[in-house]
Ligand binder design. Structure first.
Ligand code: ADP
Ligand code: MG
Length: 327
């Protein structure tokens, strides 16, 4: 069956049936606005992301349910990076001709499944025809108790710099895909089905451990650069301290230059944050959903800039970093 057979409103009805409801969502899909209940003493977090076929994803590389999950996770990651918890998501779709209803249902199933996994609900969206590629626009609303909000601007010289999980896996998979090879299962999973670190972000915020935080979507060095700019500080990063997975380490043994992927590959969706040194024991004890944290450096005065050092403490050149759509 095709979208033309049921039309825009038939499709919205199918999404609505899947989306479910939750207590703080007073009105979800089906009216002019979604209506959410806000609690006193909480701040509203809102973020939006656009995913465009052949820019952010290729249809041939991932099944549509997984693409639906990823569309949610990359957005929720921004809420996690401020210490919040997501509650509502909005899905804008520009759908090219030729997409079957089965494909769209699979995509919607992935969206709804990921929303539920993060304790959130699909609360609305918009649906149009696209004359070109598939457009996916996801907006998330989250909440964070006032006083627990963690922004990019709060790092102070002397703070330790930490990152969650492992770096470079997603970029390693993308590199294989672009070369026409099949990435191994684990790095492919990191690329196609990333997991937003909500539990970790909440734990850091609730315990008051993080002075600043950002999620690593454009590459470690690029996102660290944003955090340093916002906080008006510099940093020293120990290259040898960067956490990489066992399969990334295996690939590194074959080709040591792959380390650049851990430094500047994108789409890790890990949390990069700073914390005062006296909190180091509390931070390193944090393991949320099996994701550990690793200290990778420390914060310096702004004039010291961003320094990358090797195991001997000697400066390493900074690789050209980060993805810029217009750069
Ligand atoms: P309006 O014309 O008032 O903007 P629409 O007809 O576009 O309303 O949408 C009707 C309802 O369906 C709204 O609640 C909207 O949020 C929801 N909706 C539309 N498209 C989607 C989608 N892709 N995913 C989730 N909800 C959607
Ligand atoms: Mg509309």
């Amino acid at each position: 069956m095709n979208l033309d057979d049921i039309g825009e409103f038939g499709f919205i009805a199918r999404i609505r049936k899947r989306a479910g409801s939750c207590a703080d969502l007073v009105l979800g899909i089906g009216d002019d606005c979604a209506v959410s209940r806000l609690k006193p003493g909480e701040l509203l977090l809102t973020s939006t992301d656009l995913l465009i076929e052949d820019v952010h994803f290729r249809r041939a590389w991932s099944d549509l349910k997984t693409l639906g999950r990823k569309s949610v996770s990359v957005n929720v990651s921004d809420v996690a990076a401020m210490g919040g918890r997501p509650f509502s998501l909005y899905l804008g779709l520009g759908i090219p001709a030729g997409w079957t209803l089965e494909e769209l249902d699979a995509f919607a199933d992935g969206v709804v499944e990921a929303c539920a996994a993060y304790g959130a609900v699909l609360a609305g969206g918009d649906t149009c025809r696209s004359p070109g590629p598939l457009f996916i626009s996801v907006t998330v609303e989250g909440r964070v108790p006032e006083g627990e909000l963690v922004s990019r601007a709060g790092a102070r010289p002397g703070d330790l710099l930490w990152v969650s999980g492992s770096l470079g896996d997603s970029a390693l998979a993308l590199r294989e895909l672009l070369a026409g090879r099949r990435p191994d299962v684990q790095s492919a999973a990191r690329h196609h089905d990333p997991c937003a670190r909500v539990a970790l972000g909440r734990a850091l915020a609730a315990q008051g451990l993080a002075t600043s935080m950002i999620d690593v979507s454009d590459g470690l060095l690029a996102d660290l650069g944003h955090l340093l700019d916002s906080s008006a500080v510099g940093a020293r990063v120990a290259r040898a301290a960067l956490p990489v997975s066992s399969f990334f380490r295996a690939a590194l043994r074959e080709d040591p230059s792959l380390m650049d992927l851990a430094l500047s590959g994108g789409e890790d969706y890990e949390l990069l944050f700073t914390s005062p040194p006296e909190q180091a024991a509390a931070v390193s004890a944090l393991v949320a959903n099996g994701v550990a944290v690793t200290q990778i450096g420390h914060i310096l005065p702004q004039d010291d800039g961003l320094q990358l050092v090797d195991a001997q403490g000697n400066p390493c050149p900074l690789p050209r970093s980060g993805f810029d759509h217009f750069g």
